[in-house]
Ligand binder design. Structure first.
Ligand code: ZN
Length: 318
């Protein structure tokens, strides 16, 4: 069953691709299995990019096949283009995300693609998905990246962003997502962007957001997104990751801190926080010397903490 708030773990993709050290395949599998066992029900497990570009992701097909054997887990992957999508569909992934950087300079630097080329890819991927037998069609998201600003172009004009969101939906995406690739977002900007994009493509076409903690505003931005009614939040265990193509961008939202905040607010995540904190050990073993972030893992849970405490929520609402 889908939880009230879907915490979508992106560490095995966004986290690992920005770290030079390569995590062994078996350790990736152990991480994914343990996090799923802790109740995380969607994990972005890898990216179908050429191994020459990102050797950390070379085992993505094997990881997807493994992850698909875990009951109840939605297995998500990132694809840079049609070729990646073909590999993703072959591997059996349940969800495919195609990033489209709303900054054309960033798109050229990151994917070597103009906006028109990415939209063309989106159309071809949607057609390929349609050709699959029923029950084998992955969910297809077009992710608007650098949507809160780009290190090359700064702020991107809103009409350009809205037009790209509309074009992605017209090309056949099931939904669009917002991605703060550079960590430029603030709560006010998050609210305004969600309203504007939903105004352009409809409420149902935007449910999720990918935020970074680059300037310490990660959870504040999550709160703004929740207030606007989004229910899917990306995060990364130990806060590893960032974007290797956005200089200076580092640190995804820490899954452990995010889950703590959601549960303290009485929101249902389906995650066992104590078990989730244990998963960090696998990460520490698999990436020796790599810094892991997060406050909750160091501080521990407050005395008497009751996750998703409905009594407390009722009391607070009086
Ligand atoms: Zn990211």
């Amino acid at each position: 069953m889908r939880p009230e708030i879907l915490v979508s773990e992106v560490g095995p993709r966004d986290g690992l691709q920005s770290i030079d050290r390569i995590m062994p395949t078996e350790q990736k599998k152990a991480w994914i299995a343990a996090e799923a066992a802790a109740g995380v029900c969607e994990i972005e497990v890898g990216s179908f990019v050429p191994p020459k570009l990102l050797p950390q992701m070379a085992d993505t097909a094997e990881i997807v096949e493994f992850a698909c054997t875990i009951p109840g887990l939605a297995v998500a992957v990132l694809v840079p283009n049609l070729r990646g999508a073909e590999a993703a569909i072959k591997s059996g992934a349940h969800k495919i995300t195609l990033p489209l950087s709303v900054s054309e300079s960033h798109s050229l630097a990151n994917l070597r693609r103009t906006h028109d080329q990415v939209i063309e890819d989106a159309r071809a991927i949607a057609a390929l998905i349609d050709d699959q037998p029923e029950g084998k069609r992955p969910h297809f998201e077009g992710s608007l990246s650098t949507v809160f600003g780009c290190t090359l172009e700064g702020a991107i004009p809103l009409p350009q962003i809205l037009s790209l969101a509309e074009r992605l939906m017209q090309a056949g995406c099931d939904e669009v997502g917002l991605s703060d690739t550079t960590g430029y977002a603030d709560p006010l900007a998050v609210r305004a962007m969600i309203r504007a994009v939903r105004g352009a493509v409809g409420v149902k076409a935007l449910t999720g957001i990918h935020l970074h903690n680059t300037r310490g505003l990660g959870l504040a931005n999550v709160l703004a997104a929740l207030d606007e009614g989004l229910d899917t939040i990306d995060s990364s265990l130990g806060g590893i990751g960032g974007c290797p193509f956005a200089p200076g961008a580092s640190g995804n939202i820490v899954t452990e801190d995010l889950v703590f905040m959601l549960q303290a607010m009485g929101l249902q995540t389906g995650i066992d926080l104590q078990k989730l904190l244990e998963v960090r050990k696998i990460l520490a073993e698999g990436l020796p010397g790599e810094p892991l972030y997060g406050f909750t893992p160091d501080a521990g849970l407050p005395l008497g903490f009751v996750p998703e405490d409905q009594e407390k929520i009722k009391e607070a609402a009086k």
